[in-house]
Design a protein around this ligand. Structure first.
Ligand SMILES: Nc1nc2c(ncn2[C@@H]2O[C@H](COP(=O)(O)OP(=O)(O)OP(=O)(O)O)[C@@H](O)[C@H]2O)c(=O)[nH]1
Ligand SMILES: [Mg+2]
Length: 459
């Protein structure tokens, strides 16, 4: 365990009412306290108290800022170590100067997520709660935030522990049977064991995996790419969905050259919307580069909004795009209905059959709500307001849950076919290990690095 003292600016760069320098570790108090004026004696500072004063540079005796100086002594702190939080004004330069003094006095600059990593390593939170911290910080919708907050409270941890319990009990009994082979018949009761595995392990594991399938879009979001030939109205639609004039719209085909990306909230789902350059054959190198980008964005999209213009007949370019998208999750967006009639729409549907479709006028803001409802249905496979499951595992958890489920099914199979107890024990351990990875009782540096490298410095 690292026992050095770490420090970082915990608030985002830029100007703000307040900004915080955070320090954690055994020497947090002796490092920071001499910077406070009026001076406080080390032996007399009280834990969980805020002191008002100034930060001074001890060498030059210059005042850097007026601050509130928070002292929190272990163990009831974020990291379970001694923590100092200096609440200064939110000036990038001022906070940098305070941090520099703290580092000069012997603290080390914290790595991304290191405060939270210490909270995990010191046993205050489990790994799923540590992961929830970053999701609370980055949540983009109320629904996503609620899921992250519930995970932070420990609900996933409790669900996993509730599944681990019966597996551990069974493992103890099976290991006893291995140690006392003469009692095997008494100890291993296949009927009872199979029922317990099915009800207490396999069923809840399956339910959690279903919750991932239903709910993960709320926390991970989805990427939707608007695609179509030049001038059909893609950027106009982008602006309508964002409810602001974000992309340039002109009557000139080939207006959008680069792609434009912004997130919108579609009934609680953070939807990353990407407007692209019109797809067509071109000799113009600038446009051609845009077209290349578009194809790449298409590959990353969870949902494609394929736009056509019903004020003009479909052409070869539209059909080429149809070939690219018709096997994907696609909504056909028939635009400019203010200019086209029913006959034009019917002709389009005759040729582009099979896709779900919506008629809109991006210019006159018609059909946009229906399109949003269609997008929601397409990504959740539910119509109307969906119930967001109360616990939603993330992808890392889901992979582990599936491993645990596979091993648990092997346990049942082994019991039913009277496999040797040693082999059943191996499968039970595998299930326990997989579940242990979720909450961090089983972990590797690699897993920890992957998780905490996603954090920002100061968290
Ligand atoms: N009448 C009508 N005009 C529209 C509609 N949607 C877009 N337009 C017009 O169509 C033209 C092209 O719109 P854009 O949104 O720039 O089209 P785009 O698909 O992004 O075009 P590129 O970026 O060039 O590929 C503009 O003059 C828009 O005002 C609509 O629903 N009805
Ligand atoms: Mg455009």
């Amino acid at each position: 365990m690292d026992s050095d003292t770490i420090a970082a600016v915990a608030t985002p760069p830029g100007a703000g009412g307040i900004g915080v320098v955070k320090i954690s570790g055994p020497r947090a108090v002796p490092i920071a306290l001499p910077l406070l004026y009026p001076a406080k004696e080390l032996s007399r500072v009280r834990s969980h108290h805020l002191y008002h004063g100034s930060i001074i540079d001890p060498e030059t005796e210059r005042v850097l800022d007026e601050v509130l100086f928070g002292v929190m002594k272990a163990p009831h702190t974020y990291t379970r170590e001694d923590v100092i939080e200096i609440q200064a004004h939110g000036s990038r330069c001022g906070l940098g100067a305070i941090l520099e003094l703290v580092l000069k006095r012997g603290a080390r600059l914290a790595e991304p997520g290191e405060f939270t990593k210490r909270a995990f390593l010191n046993g205050r939170i489990d790994l799923s709660q540590a992961e929830a911290v970053i999701e609370v910080v980055t949540a983009q919708t109320k629904e996503g935030l609620e899921l992250a907050a519930r995970q932070l409270e420990g609900h996933l941890f409790e669900a996993i522990e509730a599944i681990r319990g019966p597996i551990e009990t069974m493992l103890v009994e099976i290991e006893a049977a291995i140690d006392f082979p003469e009692d095997v018949e008494d100890i291993i009761r296949p009927g009872v064991f199979v029922r317990s595995m099915t009800q207490d392990v396999i069923a809840p594991l399956g339910a959690l995996i279903d919750d991932y399938d239903e709910g993960h879009v709320y926390r991970e979001g989805v990427a939707a790419t608007i695609i179509g030939r030049p001038n059909v109205g893609k950027s106009s639609l982008m602006n309508r969905l964002l409810e602001k004039e974000r992309a340039i719209v002109t009557a000139v085909p080939g207006t959008t050259r680069d792609f434009i990306e912004e997130t919108v909230n579609i009934k609680g789902i953070p939807l990353r919307l990407i407007d692209t350059a019109g797809l067509h054959d071109t000799d113009n190198p600038l446009e051609a580069e845009g077209v290349k980008f578009t194809r790449r964005r298409l590959d990353e999209a969870n949902l494609v909004l394929f736009m056509v213009d019903c004020s003009v007949p479909l052409n070869d370019e539209d059909m080429k795009i149809y070939d690219l998208v018709h096997n994907r999750e696609t909504i056909l967006v028939i635009n400019k209905i203010d200019l086209g009639d029913e006959d034009a729409v019917r002709k389009i549907l005759d040729r582009l059959g099979g896709l779900s479709w919506v008629k809109v006028s991006a210019l006159y803001n018609q059909g946009i709500e229906r399109l949003k409802a269609g997008m929601f249905e397409q990504v959740t496979h539910q119509s109307g307001a969906a119930d967001v499951p109360s616990i939603v595992p993330n992808l890392r958890h889901k992979v582990a849950l599936e491993r645990a489920l596979g091993a648990s099914k092997d346990v049942v199979e082994g019991l039913k076919t009277r496999r040797p107890a040693e082999l059943v024990a191996v499968d039970l351990k595998e299930a326990l290990d997989a579940l242990g990875e979720i909450i961090g009782v089983v972990t590797t540096e690699e897993i920890l690095d992957q998780i905490f490298s996603r954090f920002c410095i100061g968290k």
